[in-house]
Design a binder for this molecule. Structure first.
Ligand SMILES: [Zn+2]
Length: 99
């Protein structure tokens, strides 16, 4: 996948229902990022970074279509790896993960 749409939300306001599992791996901060996925089908659901414990990044592709239509993306990260055929540019762009 060359573009991943994520919705960053306050973790305290998010409730995940249904069976999930998580796997932790080091993020670019050096701290763990917990990758939460559906334990039945393996679909990625969210990234929960220890480096920013107040937020969680939901894989926006999992949201209902009507909700997705209301999203207004304004930030892109990891543009250092942006592929030449990706022409969209958002107002806030970071070559790497902003700290
Ligand atoms: Zn599933």
């Amino acid at each position: 996948m060359y573009v991943a749409l994520v919705a960053v939300v306050p973790k305290a306001k998010l409730t995940l229902n249904g069976p999930t599992k998580s796997w932790a791996g080091k993020g670019s901060s050096g701290k763990d990022v917990h990758r939460i996925f559906c334990s039945e089908c393996g679909s990625p659901i969210a990234h929960d970074p220890d480096a920013a414990p107040e937020i969680i990044a939901i894989k926006a592709g999992t949201l209902d279509s009507e909700i997705k239509k209301t999203l207004k993306p304004d930030t892109e990260i990891w543009t250092v790896g942006k592929l030449p055929f990706v022409k969209e540019s958002l107002p806030n762009a970071f070559e790497h993960m902003p700290s």
